[in-house]
Design a protein around this ligand. Sequence first.
Ligand code: ZN
Ligand code: ZN
Length: 768
Amino acid sequence: MRGVVQGVGFRPFVYRLAQEEGLAGFIGNDTDGVTIEIEGAPERIESFRSRLRAEAPPLSRIDSVTFREVLPKQEKEFRIIASEVHGQVSTGIPADAATCPDCLRELLDPADRRYRYPFLNCTNCGPRFTITRRIPYDRPQTSMARFKMCLACQAEYDDPASRRFHAQPNACWECGPRLWLAGADGVEIPSADPVAACIDRLVTGEIMAIKGIGGFHLSVDATKEDAVTRLRQRKHRYGKPLAVMVRDLDAARALCELTAEEQSLLNTPARPIVLARARFNSGIASSVAPGIPWLGIFLPYAPLQHLLFADTRVRALVMTSANLSEEPIAIDNDEARDRLANVADAFLLHDREILQRCDDSVAAVVDGAPQLIRRARGFVPLGIPLPFDSPPLLAVGGHLKNVFTLARGRFAYQSQHLGDLENITGLDFFRESLAHLMHTFQIEPGFVVHDLHPGYLSTSWAKEWAAERNLPLIAVQHHHAHIVACMAEHSLEGPVIGLSLDGTGYGTDGRVWGGEVFIARRDGPDPASFERFAHLAYVPMPGGEAAIREPWRMALGHLHAAGYNVESPEILSLVGATAQEARIVRRMIERGLNAPLTSSLGRLFDAVAAVVLKRREVDYEAQAAIELEGCAIDESDDTSPYAMPITGSDLKRHIPARITLQLLWEGILEDLRDGVSQAQIAARFHSAIATALIQAASSARSATGIAAVALSGGCLHNRRLARLLREGLEREGFEVFRHKQVSPGDGGLSYGQAVVAAAILRKRKAES
Ligand SMILES: [Zn+2]
Ligand SMILES: [Zn+2]
């Protein structure tokens, strides 16, 4: 059996099943899963087979089962064998899982010996990845090693009939980790009930740093405007939305309008933060998520969090990663005291060490299906299937929202979300996580895969690391990696029409790509190749990277390219720029100084948001685009899109078509003059983009006969755009493929890099 079947209580489950069916044989771990041998009466074996899937433990995931008959051995009993069965043992570490219903019942049951114990867990729940130092996943290799189990816990651990049989972090009041309160100076404040003391402080508006599963959270009462504002000021985080934790689904429904899919996503064992439509007047402070109609909400996933919400005084808590701006999340008690002394008013600490930093995951239901925005706690390090065998390799990902991938055999292991690789702290986190995952899965990469961009820190790091180890390098184009990631999730060999839509990626012509229509293949003739069929017309990005933080620059770049005089009074007032700013930008563009050309769709969103919403600057990447999407949320699709004609395309001469933007800008400016609402302009803009891309896909189909479309890139986080594209493409008879387990944004990039590299290596091998 392949899938997530190790460290999730699978062997004891199969043991119990075999006992109940009166079957003999054995079960053992092997490289990618488990091997089971079973012997007994045919009808019993049949029943065993069907129950295997139907009753599998909640945290397991069965990807495939292969059956083979062997000669009976006249065995009498069923055994769990510790040694390997086939090939190299890879006892992967499971992901951290939310407190299960059985443990929750015990936690709140005054008669239970673990009543209100903040660290209870069992085989079906609890920390895994974040407390494990190395494989095999056994207690001595985890940060639970220093806690010696008491007799009662040990008895459960040894009993195959117990829910805590081989539950590595098993603990109780008697023998396990403890919790305490500390002041801002880190000194313990004696308290009989640290949880109650923490709540006393939260309800008076204090900022608490609470040690969790994958790191510290900074927490305040989410209904208190002044507390939230104080947290933002101290954390130097101004615009970016903050996540809110609530007691249960009922409480979540009171804050947000939730679809059935969103409710089940909130309730999965990974307990991601889910971005959902916020209700008006729900009592949540408006500074929690300013300027957007969504709220990031999640449910308690650790016993300590359940204890906080067991108190009726607590309704909704801001729970945000404890760090300053873009630093990695703090995990160590001393580290937290050092880094957060000026942010938190007090600390809730414990003595179970966190060995792997892991932020909360972020997801959303986009066009009816769950989509990961940030893949971290609860998902890492679960293997993602690969479409074919890969040699051991490392793909380092991109620049922003970095995630690396280690591939081997039929699985890719993605790191947790590591954040932006812009400085040494980010790179340290990258190194720390890489060493841990290489060790965990015993993967020694034979190849290093990186982005084409020569300036990325990840690229220069990859080159250095490969040189030290004498390993060959493979470079993969950014948008090609996005599309191949989506293809690989569906085992597509291609060719497909790939719509690769995002903010920034280095093109083969040295320009900044991001609004791309590809003809993409995974395999031959050259797996590294793709055809650029069409792209958004190039416009200048005045100031380079500065244009990302200051959308007014992008707006002037676009308007200049569309033929407008950017120093005219009308344009100045539209964009909110001074005459001097416009003059400097015009000179930059005309002299080609620090004004790289881009075909980015993300930057077009920024420019339109700058003009329509008067959003001059942003606090985080894509803020303007997100606000533009939010602004259109209640508009119907029945709007006449702006015209975006496509010109010139010659596949034979490798000249891509260009999606032109002059008429789009003419239309937007005319609507603004006519007093058309922001919401309607935003909706018409979304429709225009979708219509133009669908037209480009149709031309690509006419030229090639290909009718499959893969959608990828960070712009696919935009629900309205994702839905319009899928609906429109299906109406035109296309088959549409979207991401499932991997993020469409840059978090999914390294998975695509790994697949492109594996395809190249497979081809080389076949040829030699
Ligand atoms: Zn449990
Ligand atoms: Zn105990």
